[in-house]
Ligand binder design. Structure first.
Ligand code: TPP
Ligand code: MG
Length: 364
């Protein structure tokens, strides 16, 4: 259920740097980071965890239809997001809230989507090339591969990164994406967050071999990292995105992490997993070990208080903005079904309008 002899780890769960044959090629990338960059890693992990908790609370208070927590996966997400360059394109699944935030997305857009306030959420060109959430498991791997093929055809100095889960690797879409990525030597990094569960199905039931080995069958180099180690996520993703961007073809990263919370607010993990397993992973928390590391490098209490205050501010802001939202007109659900007017949709919209009008004059 845990790390293997192949897992690249730069920061141990105790918060100390790991120096071995696997970490050696990547440590120079960490040495290049200044204190401000390291502090930013921490800030983003802490702030998004607070946001995540607030969003979960809002769901329980009836403000959101659903919430999809990212608790526990902050290291994999923050490290990989900071590895991307501005011109790169990012295709998320549905749990990568902090990746969006780092790319410039106002995370309120995610709240609006899960409240049923908006349809798709945002415009990637305005949010740092952070594409839309995709709930159809694994399908974004095809969208991303197609996009990366386009980047290759245009000879752009860009790469694409696509996030998906361990469960998604069992979908045909992901295998097809790997075939096309390899055939076209597209500039893409497949970033698998193995959080050990696909709702209630454990990863060892989905794959008899470690998932980082699977891409080798497609001719794509794969590497396994400690996904709760933000430094490993940053350094390994940087190296792989650089390789993809410079014409060396696609790459695959398996980040070992853990979904500390429920699959979504509709799920109850106490029904299918053991407390011991949750305990094991909570001892490998991405934030706790990085805090220890920063303290060993001299970060003081003022810094940690400032980050905590920023997290509280965001939570309060999200709560206030959620309560200020007004229900959109029901007609909005018909607005973007087709580009051109469609008689079937028009008829349904007319029925809806007549139905609503039938309440005119009645008190609420
Ligand atoms: C094509 C498809 N099949 C089934 C589902 C239902 N479903 C939603 S999430 C999920 C599990 C996905 O697990 P994983 O890929 O590991 O991602 P995680 O949720 O753990 O991040 C499933 C089966 C779906 N959304 N789409
Ligand atoms: Mg999973």
């Amino acid at each position: 259920m845990s790390y293997t002899e192949a897992t690249v780890q730069l920061l141990s769960p105790q918060g100390t740097l790991v120096e071995n044959d696997l970490s050696a090629p990547y440590l120079p990338l960490i040495e290049k980071l200044d204190d401000a960059a390291l502090k930013d890693f921490h800030r983003h992990m802490v702030v998004i965890r607070r946001f995540d908790i607030e969003a979960g609370n809002l769901q329980r208070q009836g403000q959101l239809a659903l919430w999809i927590p990212s608790l526990g996966q902050e290291g994999a997400q923050v490290g990989s997001a900071f590895a991307a360059r501005p011109q790169d394109h990012i295709f998320p699944a549905y749990r990568e809230h902090v990746v969006g935030r780092i790319r410039g997305l106002d995370v309120m857009k995610i709240i609006e989507m899960l409240r049923g306030q908006s349809h798709g959420g945002w415009i990637p060109a305005e949010t740092g090339n952070f594409h839309l959430y995709t709930l159809v498991i694994g399908s974004q791997s095809l969208h991303a591969t197609g996009y990366a093929m386009g980047q290759k055809f245009e000879g752009a100095d860009e790469a694409t990164m696509v996030y998906f889960g361990d469960g998604a690797t069992s979908q045909g879409d992901v295998s097809e994406a790997l075939v096309f990525g390899a055939s076209y030597q597209a500039p893409i990094v497949y970033f698998l967050q193995n959080n050990h569960w696909a709702i209630s199905v454990p990863v060892d039931r989905q794959s008899r071999t470690p998932l980082y080995l699977r891409p080798s069958g497609f001719g794509i180099p794969g590497v396994q990292i400690d996904g709760n180690d933000v430094l490993a996520a940053y350094a390994v993703t940087t190296a792989n995105l650089d390789a993809a961007r410079s014409g060396q073809g696609p790459r695959f990263i398996e980040a070992l992490t853990y979904r500390m919370g429920a699959h979504t607010s509709s799920d109850d993990p106490t029904k299918y997993r053991e407390r011991e397993e949750e305990q094991f992973w909570s001892e490998r928390d991405p934030i706790a070990r990085f805090e220890t590391y920063l303290k060993s490098k001299g970060a003081d209490d003022a810094f940690f208080s400032e980050v905590a205050a920023e997290a509280e501010d965001l939570a309060a802001d999200i709560r206030a903005r959620t309560f200020a939202l007004e229900a959109p007109p029901a007609s909005k659900v018909f607005a973007n079904v087709y580009t051109d007017p469609h008689p079937g949709v028009d008829a349904e919209a007319a029925w809806q309008a007549a139905y609503e009008a039938s309440f005119d004059g009645e008190s609420a």
